[in-house]
Ligand binder design. Structure first.
Ligand code: GLN
Length: 479
């Protein structure tokens, strides 16, 4: 990464753009050069260079005429799960080969409306299923800190693009951890907002009652600036909330003394890497020393979190992915002689192994003989987990735990063992089950120099305090 030039910050760029300086084109060119020099990381699947340069000129012009949008100067990459009108979209899958979006995702539309500049689509696990960005038709993404390591997943390309100065921020999707987990592996901030805080319209569906669009950034400010623009109700997604959107960027100074709980099960988990445990405990001590009340609590249903997540998301995914049949979208097997054969061959060749595994698992738990014992049971356990987490959040302002039990692992070391890949999600699926917001922030490094993430869970629609508290922890850890 040494030859790579860091980008000027969005905040600085925005201010100087309005003062008529500097040339936005230069920063776009710098992003494009960084992308080009680091092709081996495989972060982008499509780069929209010409358009980005043209948009830079338009935004520059608008800024000179003093009416540029709130995100003028921000260069954004989007996960290959988000529709960008008139551009291809594949969810890193063969089955969507040749598909062109006819719409903008609402989040993308809102970014463009405020003059953010979209530079390209980023690599991810196929349909957002995975924890390492190795399940992609475009090949695996490499971590810029150590290229023999994974970037995390499923928004791995988005994380590496921000990490390696190819864009300021990225929009990823977080169904069960796919923004927070790669953020932790790459030393970034990764925010999963409250379910319903922003619209899922134009996001490729994975598991609809868990899916959210999250933000990967280098700074809390950038994260706040993007959330402020993309959050809020949307007529195209009836699950979006009417809850007012805060002016997050102006509420980042956090002075309150809080009540914080840490999950004892997470700290005692035998699979937790010792350096992550000690870093988390060190953060807890720092918080106590700065006047916060911090104590350990237990979550009795801890061991059911991961199975509940996988039963329910597989069921929802099997239903969502039924639409990819070779008739309506993208790839169709050319050798099929009749329609049933076309469905079978298209889906067999079009979906990768992990996606097929989820479809089979989802169909299995939805069959009449397993529906009550697996699917309905998991729904009930989801309610119990949600209730106990929300009860905890009524006594504490925040809950902290590691983002992931280990730092970035070697490429290819978990690809043949789906269970070990699923275990990587043990800490991130909790907030996803309950639909509450959660963030991962970088709090240190392990002995190999790989980043460690801390996860903070907050109350529904309290993203303003979650961002403020995160900034406060980052500053306290530096002091
Ligand atoms: N790793 C989890 C899974 O594979 C999370 C995925 C996600 O959040 N998109 O389901």
């Amino acid at each position: 990464m040494s030859a790579i030039s860091p980008l000027p910050s969005f905040k600085d760029l925005h201010i100087s753009l309005q003062a008529g300086l500097p040339d936005l084109r230069t920063t776009v060119e710098q992003c494009l050069a960084n992308i080009d020099q680091q092709k081996h990381l495989n972060a982008f699947v499509r780069i929209y260079a010409e358009e980005a340069l043209a948009h830079a000129a338009t935004i520059q012009q608008k800024a000179q005429n003093t009416h540029a949008g709130r995100l003028a100067g921000l260069i954004v990459g989007i996960k290959d799960m988000l529709c960008y009108k008139d551009h291809p979209l594949q969810a890193s899958s063969k089955i969507l080969e040749g598909f062109i979006s006819q719409i903008n995702a609402t989040t993308v539309e809102r970014l463009i409306h405020e003059d953010a500049l979209i530079i390209g689509h980023q690599n991810c696990d196929e349909f957002g299923m995975g924890s390492s960005t190795e399940n992609s038709i475009f090949g695996p993404v490499r971590n810029a800190i150590n290229t023999s390591k994974v970037a995390g997943g499923s928004s791995g390309g988005s994380a590496v693009a921000v990490q390696a100065h190819m864009c300021h921020v990225a929009l990823g999707t977080d169904t069960g951890g796919s923004v927070r987990q790669p953020a932790a592996f790459c030393g970034l901030i990764g925010l999963r907002p409250t379910y319903g805080r922003n619209s899922r319209y134009g996001m490729v569906a994975h598991a609809s009652s868990f899916d959210t669009i999250g933000i990967l950034a280098n700074s809390i400010y950038d994260c706040a600036a993007v959330l402020e623009v993309i959050a809020g109700p949307d007529a195209y997604d009836s699950t979006t909330s009417q809850h007012p959107v805060d002016k997050y960027t102006t509420q980042l100074d956090f002075t309150k003394k809080t009540r914080v709980a840490y999950l004892k099960e997470a700290i005692d988990y035998t699979g937790l890497q010792p350096e992550i445990r000690s870093n988390t405990l060190e953060t807890i001590e720092t918080l106590k020393a700065t006047g916060h009340h911090v104590e350990g609590v237990t979550l009795p249903l801890w061991e059911y979190i991961l199975p509940t997540y996988y039963v329910l998301t597989a069921a929802e995914a099997s239903s969502n992915l039924a639409r990819f049949d070779g008739v309506r979208y993208g790839y169709r097997d050319p050798d099929a002689k009749h329609v049933t054969e076309a469905y079978i061959k298209t889906r067999t060749k079009g979906f990768g192994k992990e996606v097929q595994r989820r479809i089979l698992l989802g169909n299995f738990v939805l069959t009449s003989s397993h529906y009550d014992d697996d699917f309905i049971q998991a729904q009930k356990v989801r309610r119990l987990i949600t209730d106990s987490l929300k009860a905890m959040l009524s006594s504490y302002d925040f809950i902290i735990l590691p983002t992931i039990p280990h730092t970035a692992f070697d490429l290819d070391c978990n690809t043949h063992d789906p269970m070990s890949m699923y275990w990587a999600d043990i800490y991130t699926t909790l907030a996803a089950i309950a639909g509450v917001p959660a963030i991962s922030i970088p709090i240190g490094y392990d002995d190999e120099g790989l980043p460690i993430g801390l996860q903070i869970i907050g109350n529904s629609f309290q993203e303003a305090s979650l961002l403020g508290f995160s900034k406060h922890i980052l500053e306290a850890m530096k002091a």
